[in-house]
Design a protein around this ligand. Structure first.
Ligand SMILES: [Zn+2]
Length: 435
């Protein structure tokens, strides 16, 4: 894998986080509307009279309309396009010398304007027949339809108003939060998924416009683009199968996102760092796996991508594809039911390494009134040593200092002063044991 591919993948991972942040913002707007509907429905008694139904329907349509407007105003289209444009400028400039060498001549990258990209992004189909306009309409009518169909079904099967409320909102608990799955809950999930896909399509559109404008500088043996499906692990087999394929133009390549949730990339293909991937019939055999890619990254990127616990597991040889299912990252609880996290972390525990002090731990020393001698003493004469926790660290309690140690390499990650109460309890236990 050349550095351009690697940087594009890294960028896509950060874009995933940005998409999640934006999608959560949209969901927060949606939840506000849900609360309004919940209040409205709780007040509703005689929903079965035609006039009452019409009244509520009118009110819910009004809420739905303002939800749509809030989403439209809350979606930072310029923001994502500008972010993507800046990033591609940076990534292309970083390889300019390679491109010049590759082309044996002058290279002048051209960048389309924000406005040009926005126009094409707004009208480009997102995926599966959905456009940005459809997406907004889906939000407006989806909310109304979720309510309307629950009321109609409820009426047919003779449900009480409470049942209907539960059917729409999945039940509203005391604190006004949604309890279990109702029709609005599945609507909510689809909004989350669609928002992410729409943002992905804006980013893809930006990339495509930038790449196409500079197409003359790319390519090898007539092939100019390369499909990277690296980020899709189990989620889409179709895309995984496409990984590494080469195309002569963007028109020949599949339109991405190929499906909802698709995170595939199509990037310029060319020889930099003298690294051409050998290809036969336009198909590249050496697939880049996400594991391989992540292995090449620095500690900070690995931590950012995985979070502390998964990072600790990854360092101990656990494979990334275990961390995801159906395109979603498993929660630690779900992951724990697959692999015994504690057991993995408690295997091969490194002894504390006094010469390996994390900056965080150094800073804590004076701040918490702990001396290096206290730390030495805790390590050499531990009163108690705990099991490795899910974040991959374990605690040693000494007379004066309590030390947090990374089970992986023995690094001292943090220090505390040992509390008097803790000390008393440990001594008490030791006395009981010796009696
Ligand atoms: Zn895909």
């Amino acid at each position: 894998m050349n550095k351009f591919e690697s940087e594009q993948i890294k960028h896509q991972i950060y874009l995933e986080q940005y998409k999640s942040g934006q999608a959560n913002k949209i969901i927060a707007i949606l939840d506000q509307s849900d609360r309004k509907i919940a209040e409205l429905l709780k007040k509703t008694k005689g929903i079965y009279t035609k006039n009452r139904y019409k009244e509520i329907a009118k009110e819910i349509k009004r809420i739905s309309k303002s939800l749509r407007n809030a989403v439209e105003n809350g979606t930072d289209i310029y923001g994502i396009i500008e972010y993507e444009l800046k990033k591609q400028k940076k990534l292309l400039s970083a390889i300019k010398d390679d491109v010049i060498r590759f082309n044996g001549g002058k290279v002048d990258f051209i960048f389309p304007s924000l406005e040009q990209i926005k126009t094409s992004a707004l009208f480009a189909p997102v995926t599966d027949g959905m456009t940005y306009q459809n997406y907004l309409e889906g939000i407006e009518y989806g909310l109304f339809n979720a309510w309307d169909s629950a009321v109609r079904t409820g009426y047919l099967i003779g449900q009480t108003t409470d049942d209907i409320v539960r059917g729409v909102l999945g039940g509203v608990s005391g604190d006004g939060k949604l309890a279990d799955s109702g029709s609005i809950r599945s609507f909510r999930n689809s909004v989350y998924r669609n928002t992410r896909t729409v943002l992905q399509s804006f980013a893809n559109e930006t990339r495509s416009r930038v790449f196409e404008a500079n197409e003359e500088y790319f390519g090898d043996g007539g092939n100019k683009y390369e499909y990277l499906a690296t980020l899709d692990t189990r989620s889409c087999l179709v895309c995984a199968n496409e990984d590494g394929k080469l195309y002569k133009s963007l028109k020949d390549a599949p339109k991405i996102p190929r499906h909802f949730g698709c995170r595939c990339l199509i990037i310029p293909y060319f020889d930099i760092d003298g690294q051409t991937r050998s290809s036969t019939d336009g198909y590249v055999s050496d697939k880049i796996t996400f594991d391989k890619w992540l292995n090449m990254q620095d500690e900070k990127t690995q931590l950012d991508v995985l979070g502390r616990t998964r990072y600790e597991l990854f360092r101990r040889g656990e494979k990334i594809d275990q961390f995801v299912d159906n395109g979603k990252t498993l929660t630690l609880e779900q992951l724990d039911s697959r692999i015994d996290i504690k057991k993995v972390l408690n295997n091969n525990i490194s002894k504390p390494d006094i010469n390996n002090f994390a900056k965080h731990a150094k800073d804590r020393l004076s701040e918490r009134g702990v001396t290096v001698d206290d730390v030495y003493d805790a390590i050499n004469n531990p009163l108690k040593t705990y099991e490795v926790r899910k974040d991959g660290t374990y605690k040693i309690i000494g007379k004066s200092a309590t030390v947090g140690v990374s089970a992986y390499d023995g690094k001292i990650v943090t220090v505390w002063k040992t509390g008097k109460e803790r000390l008393r309890k440990i001594k008490e236990q030791q006395n009981e044991n010796s009696e």
